[in-house]
Design a protein around this ligand. Sequence first.
Ligand code: ATP
Ligand code: MG
Length: 558
Amino acid sequence: MDTSPARTNFIRDIIDADLAGRRHTTVATRFPPEPNGYLHVGHAKSICLNFGIARDYGGTCNLRFDDTNPEKESEEFEQSIADDVRWLGFDWADRYYHASDYFEQLHAYAVQLIQDGKAYVDSLTADEIRRYRGTLTEPGRDSPYRTRPVAENLELFARMRAGEFADGTHVLRAKIDMAAANINLRDPTLYRIRKTTHHRTGGDWYIYPMYDYTHSISDALEHITHSLCTLEFEDHRPLYDWVLEQLPVPSRPQQIEFARLEVNYTITSKRKLHALVHEGLVSGWDDPRLPTLKGLRRRGCPPEALRDFCERVGVTKKQTIIDVGVLENCIREQLDRSAPRVMAVLDPVKLVIENYPEGLVEDMAAQNHPKDESFGTRTVPFSRELYVERDDFMEDPPKKFFRLGPGREVRLRYGYLVTCTNFIKNDAGEVVEIRCTYDPATRGGNAPDGRQVKGTIHWVSAAHAVDTEVRLYDRLFDVEDPGAAADFRAHLNPHSMTVVSDAKLEPMLANAAPETRFQFERLGYFCADRVDHQPGRPVYNRTVTLKDTWAKVADKKG
Ligand code: ATP
Ligand code: MG
């Protein structure tokens, strides 16, 4: 796990004060996803915050599915969320809960609110309720049903539960204050009728509790001490507290709000992510260009990098937009430490060594990690015909080009020094073969006479190369804030994926397990695709380039 000490933040300060003041003796948090979509990078922040606090304070963090909207929720989403939390490196032990686990208790509390005169059945239509609610500048008006006698409310609520009424005909509302400055306190809905089956409770219920009511009580039932949520719930806190003050709940959690994580060149709106997936604009929820955890994972992002990122962006109350370059750098730093180096040629052109014996194959020793000896070494086959990168050769190179060109000498990494003697073009004028000679005294790459050769290029032996598909990914959008555009679809980056179908890899890459990550020397970090990579049919995804190419563009502009 992460070795750096957790950074402090205002939430940790509150917890420290609560523990010092003996308001709490333990810390209990929860991560409460709704199983109506896949988790994304924003959720990672909430997961790292909640589970991170539990870890650092020796407390607990529950995984709780907020499953109160049966139409939009499913087992598939629930499973995928649980998998993602585990992949990110967190463990809820046996604290795996659902709001639906509490439906009976939530209902009993609602009955109690009715008995206490604090809730009533309203029979206005949804439109009427909206009109009665008033606006930010005008108070609301009482519903004509607000004064219904308790007995009538109890009877109607029982019939709502029994399924006697159609959706939308009645709701249960809290009786708070239709003139409250905070609109959330203008008799908020506690229950609505939904004649839909629920992925866990099936057909047991015809009424479902609303989020604010459910969330506060679920927190209290689970003895959550600090209920951390995003800033848009700040205005809901008075309702959260109101519910808990009216009821004999077993504990009193405290809601604390923090700023959402927003990342540029990215969208995290669930609705827009759904649109991208369902309109076929990406290949699925795990498309490596998406900011979903499934997408980041498939792209090759290590979970450690994502945790590091969440730690670095910190937790505040001020809404900011984080540069996606920060995430990419966290990925680079993590992979620089953890990814073994290999050689791969993405845009191959043949290099023939005229004076190298036909049929000879030498095993060249190569380091797996130049900065970390514990990665060990491997051997790479070297032979007369190799592949090198097309752009490592120039027919008429400028002086400062230290790679291949007529008469130029270059180092083949872990191989020999070679000097270009000639090149062959096809009818279309493309270079199809580079000819050279090697200096047999330079095995390993150094000249015994001490002559300096600046350039080093990578290569793969042609006879041993593994043909591979490599997918080069880039940012999905080409504007910083696609979410703000009239239509985010208009800003999809047309170059967000390039498929290279004839890349050449060194042999050991053919049999790497899916999700194994490598640095392809000089090219970037790559990961064996989780879904399509198979023995005999390797597929690699580019996770990130070695350098931030977008920053360069920005620098040039600036
Ligand atoms: P919605 O509620 O609109 O369906 P949501 O993104 O809030 O979408 P939830 O499943 O309710 O999705 O989120 C679970 C938890 O993750 C919540 O506590 C929420 O506040 C938190 N969360 C969601 N998006 C972000 C984000 N961008 N940054 C930080 N936390 C987030
Ligand atoms: Mg939410």
